[in-house]
Design a protein around this ligand. Structure first.
Ligand code: PMT
Length: 401
């Protein structure tokens, strides 16, 4: 493969990319699960959303010890999946293995450890030497009951299918297969691409098979007692760098943007495709989101900044109003360790309009006053998106206009 995949026509890039890799071992099993799940919901005429979530890895070695990764914990995807379920959708949750999952996310993060929600009850009075049962602490009962009920409902009614991936190649294989399997859903299918997909990778034919060595391997391994200790790389911070250690220069190719293929080939006729655009520079966000919408001709780009993604997003649509900001009102914003609240509104101001104050919602007091708990922005995103999907279904379903 000498030409860059990014320079090829989408269909050619697809065939070259997928021929480089063997399909993931789990793919046949995932396909069987997905087929049964989709059949069930086609029969019930239920809407099905494919939510992608979490980061993709880029292995540096075929027998992978090291890989490149990104920041995404899968919060957006896992949270959104819950609100889709609440709206009556069935959800295929294609997620990075070990990233956050719908419902369990409330108790699985290191800052939200499930053990902190538990207590050991006092032993029964008639058997003081027995152990007390493990219980949820009283202050968390209501919230945990609510989460548990929703989780059980989703499970018992087959509304949630969890499918994991790890590498960017696995993600691509899974996405392609699932999109094709979703064809019988027609306009009832929705794609919500919230995963943070790598833009760069090492093609399989250039990838080292084994762990990349950080120092020269002596020609005669059996005689390595003769090796000067200075030549041995220990991986620690040494005052003198080991003589034979090398710089590791990683040469990455662009991953083809498969959004083209998803929209034009894989996805069901009449289905809705929603992509996300992530930026860190506020002055670029709206421009880049608009450009993505024009380039891939799909239905919605949700733009977000890394620093404010928990409190604001922008909907960029082909139809008026073309640009719509959704913001969690100030008094209802949850705290975020990595977020920068003073940047909320900046991307709207800096996109070139020169507005002094960001529009809507910001000035509106939240329903019920200012003393409520924080709300999640996904509780604003999903109902708005469902309205757009409803319109598309009406447009694309014969006899429903
Ligand atoms: O998980 P969290 O911490 O909650 O963070 C959520 C999020 C910030 C990751 C999420 O809200 C988000 O923005 N996800 C998309 C991130 C991303 O991949 O952005 P991008 O600008 O690199 O790509 C834009 C679109 O192109 C994406 O929809 C992606 O699916 C698609 N893409 C990307 C790379 C690639 N090689 N092929 C693609 O098709």
């Amino acid at each position: 493969m000498s030409a860059l995949l990014g320079d090829m026509e989408p269909a050619e890039a697809e065939s070259v990319y997928f021929n480089e890799y063997p399909p993931p071992k789990a793919l046949p099993k995932h396909e069987a699960l997905a087929r049964a799940f989709i059949d069930l919901h086609v029969a019930d005429n239920r809407r099905v959303v494919l939510v992608t979530s979490g980061g993709t890895t880029v292995p540096l070695e075929a027998q992978t010890v090291r890989f490149i990764d990104n920041f995404s914990a899968g919060t957006r995807g896992a949270t959104s999946a819950e609100y889709f379920l609440q709206e009556g959708y069935a959800v295929i949750f294609l997620h990075r293995q070990y990233s956050l999952l719908p419902y369990s996310r409330h108790y699985s993060h290191s800052t939200n450890c499930f053990l902190d929600f538990m207590d050991e009850a006092a032993p029964a009075a008639d058997s003081p030497n027995a152990h007390g049962s493990i219980q949820v602490r009283s202050e968390y009962q209501d919230e945990m009951r609510d989460v548990l009920r929703k989780y059980r409902y989703a499970k018992q009614n087959n509304r949630l299918l969890l499918l994991p991936f790890t590498t960017v190649a696995e993600y691509m294989f899974e996405l392609r297969s699932l999109a094709k399997l979703m064809r019988p859903l027609g306009p009832n299918a929705l794609f919500y691409l919230a995963a943070a997909v790598s833009d760069f990778f090492i093609p399989r034919h250039r990838m080292a098979e084994h762990k990349i060595q950080s120092s020269e391997i002596p020609a005669n391994l059996e005689n390595n007692s003769a090796l000067d200790s200075e030549e041995i790389y220990t991986g620690e911070n040494e005052t003198q760098p080991p003589k034979n250690s090398k710089k590791l220069v990683v040469n990455l190719d662009p991953v083809p943007k498969f959004l083209h293929r998803l929209v034009d080939g894989w996805a069901p006729e009449g289905s809705m495709v929603v992509s996300f655009k992530l930026e860190t520079d506020p002055s670029l966000l709206v421009y880049k989101a608009r450009t993505a919408l024009q380039r891939y001709s799909h239905h919605l780009v949700i733009g977000n900044l890394l620093s404010t993604r928990k409190w604001e997003v922008v909907f960029i649509t082909p139809d008026p109003p073309h640009e719509r900001w959704l913001r969690v009102p100030k008094a209802r914003r949850s705290k975020s360790i990595s977020g920068m609240e003073d940047q909320v509104g900046l991307a709207e101001i800096m996109k070139g309009k020169g507005e002094e104050h960001p529009s809507q919602m910001e000035e509106n007091p939240p329903p019920g006053g200012l003393d409520h708990d924080g709300i999640e922005i996904e509780s604003l995103i999903i109902p708005e998106l469902v309205k757009l999907h409803e319109k598309m279904i009406q447009k694309n379903t014969p006899g429903q206009q």
